[in-house]
Design a protein around this ligand. Structure first.
Ligand code: PEP
Ligand code: MG
Length: 547
């Protein structure tokens, strides 16, 4: 199969093809006398749709979690957006369009605005606008919600794309999901992953027929339509084994990442919000190896203040109550902000990104460092700079950190003067110059996502060259080994927080290369921990001794 797996696993069920029903938009015009009635009607539909959204939020909150339910807060905000409503009312009052047509026209106008934007995150938001306004239109037309609600047997869903609203119907009957469109960052993909539903996005093959029995193996990227009895039984057996295995992982929760021959590696979670900190602990992680603070900036309506950031970092640090590595703002590249206009760059990944951006915008940087420092007064937080390319950049960053300390001292606010400072190693030049950082860093974390893209000259976002994006490439393994050697010579701890740490196969390679800590998506912690606890450090060390 073509496509990208969002969550690995095997699903067995009947195919359920989600048809996209064409909605026909009435074209009639209003007379002057109809206008007031039509305005009350759209208001009535809006309130009804608002109730639907609140109901969906409650359902996701109950069945998935708080983080995933937040999408419906965003949808309610869209529904109540004054600019959207003013445009709709304008069409009714000025153009005499009927209510449904006015909502439809407004939706098209806003979607057009989003179309030209390259950023995949922003493009995803267009899906939300479409979802909300289509829901509003459906209420106006009296059309029933998606037929997914009626699913009452095990199915694998096939669709062009699914909306956040559809995910409400991801009950235990939904065993797998296959989407022609969609991306791994889409909300649908996030919910599917959180629920552990094997899912594929970007599926380009012919769709099966409705109601056929199908086996979907997203790890092998294989699909068997109408399997014979023997194949069916074999896969059913595998599904049962996976279920038993998953249940067995729960007992590892409080156990350390200790190999069978007694070598310990720390297992941490990558976190973007408080919910991920809870997920890290629930899954058996002992700290946070990467707090991606840019997610906080991306969800904010304006630059988050020191106080706002302090509160968020404090909540996470007090929840974890163990080591938390807070990475300073990594914005630019593919990550943009709704309230800040970045200059056009030919190569944004090679441009004003992460630490480079912060050093150019020191007031923003200073605000963040003050918030982080204040949390360090009470909890063992560390500060980490992303995209460091040279010692001079680190020296400059440390000067801003000193300035932040001086300001806090003056304001009489407490902080840990000895807060550990680390860098991400994700630019190849730094790999071979780490000895130059001696005395300036307390720890290192290898960002293999970017290290691969910069070393292999492969855009990490471009599906056309995804086949070249290989974290097991010998040059990457040699680089990691070299970083470990340089860091250990300086007595500096070295972790990995890129995706490489969160897979059983590459996690074991990193263990063999001598890395001290692995930080990964919380959902992956039990699997990697289990593999580590069954591994022999001695054998892995030997295996990678001569690369
Ligand atoms: C990395 O580059 O490996 C990393 C962890 O950072 P991000 O994916 O946020 O760029
Ligand atoms: Mg990175």
């Amino acid at each position: 199969m073509t496509g990208v797996a969002v969550f690995d696993g095997i699903s067995i069920g009947k195919t359920w093809l989600v048809e996209e029903k064409e909605i026909s938009i009435p074209e009639y015009s209003l007379t002057d006398g109809d206008i007031d009635d039509e305005l009350s009607s759209i208001e009535e539909w809006k309130n009804k749709h608002g109730e639907n959204l609140k109901h969906k939020k409650d359902m996701i909150l109950e069945t998935v979690g708080e983080e995933e339910s937040k999408i419906f807060d965003a949808h309610l905000e869209i529904l109540n957006d004054p600019e959207l409503e003013a445009t709709i009312i304008g069409h009714i009052k000025n153009d005499h369009m009927n209510g449904v047509k006015s909502i439809y026209e407004t939706m098209q106008q806003f979607l057009q605005l989003f179309k030209g934007i390259d950023d995949p995150y922003i493009r995803e938001r267009a899906v939300d606008i479409e979802d909300v306004l289509t829901g509003w239109i459906k209420v106006g037309l009296g059309i029933e919600e998606s037929g997914l609600a009626s699913i009452s047997e095990d199915v694998v869903l096939f669709a062009n794309d699914l909306t956040p609203s559809d995910t409400v119907h991801f009950t235990s009957f939904v065993k797998g999901v296959v989407l022609q469109e969609g991306s791994v960052t889409s909300h649908t993909a996030i919910v599917a992953k959180a629920k552990g539903i094997p899912t594929i996005v970007g599926f380009k093959e012919l769709m099966p027929k409705q109601g056929q029995v199908v086996v979907l193996d997203t790890k092998a990227m294989a699909m068997i339509v109408e399997p014979d009895q023997e194949t069916y039984d074999t896969y059913m057996e595998k599904v049962k084994e996976i279920e038993v295995y998953k249940a067995s992982l729960a007992k590892l929760k409080d156990l350390p990442g200790l190999t069978e021959d007694g070598h310990e590696i720390e297992i941490f979670g990558n976190v973007g919000a408080l919910e991920d900190a809870h997920a890290t602990l629930d899954n058996g992680g002992f700290g946070v190896g990467l707090l991606r603070t840019e997610l906080i900036y991306m969800e904010s309506k304006d630059w988050p203040t020191e106080e706002e950031q302090y509160k968020i970092y404090y909540d996470i640090a007090s929840t974890v109550n163990e080591e938390v590595i807070i990475r300073t703002l990594d914005i630019g590249g593919d990550k943009v902000l709704p309230y800040y206009k970045f200059d056009h760059e030919e190569n944004p990944f090679l441009g004003l990104r992460a630490l480079r951006f912060c050093l150019k915008n020191q007031d923003i940087f200073l605000t963040q460092l003050k918030a982080i420092l204040r949390v360090s007064a009470e909890f063992p937080v560390k500060v980490m700079f992303p995209m460091v390319g040279a010692v001079s950049e680190l020296i400059e960053a440390r000067k801003v950190l000193d300035l932040a300390k001086a300001e806090l001292r003056e304001e009489g606010k407490a902080f840990n003067d000895q807060i550990p400072v680390g860098i991400m190693v994700e630019i190849p030049s730094v790999v071979f110059a780490l000895d130059m950082f001696e005395g300036l860093i307390d720890f290192v974390s290898i960002g293999t996502n970017d290290l691969c893209q910069y070393t292999l000259a492969v855009d990490r976002m471009n599906p056309e060259v995804a086949y070249l994006y290989d974290s097991e490439n010998i040059s990457i393994l040699r680089m990691i080994k070299h970083v470990v050697k340089s860091c250990h010579a300086m007595n500096v701890k070295v972790g990995v927080c890129g995706e490489m740490a969160g897979s059983v196969k590459t996690g074991l390679i990193l263990l063999g290369l001598g890395v001290d800590e692995l930080s990964m998506s919380p959902a992956m912690i039990p699997y990697v921990k289990d593999a580590i606890r069954k591994a022999s450090y001695k054998e892995l060390k030997e295996k990678y001794a001569s690369i």
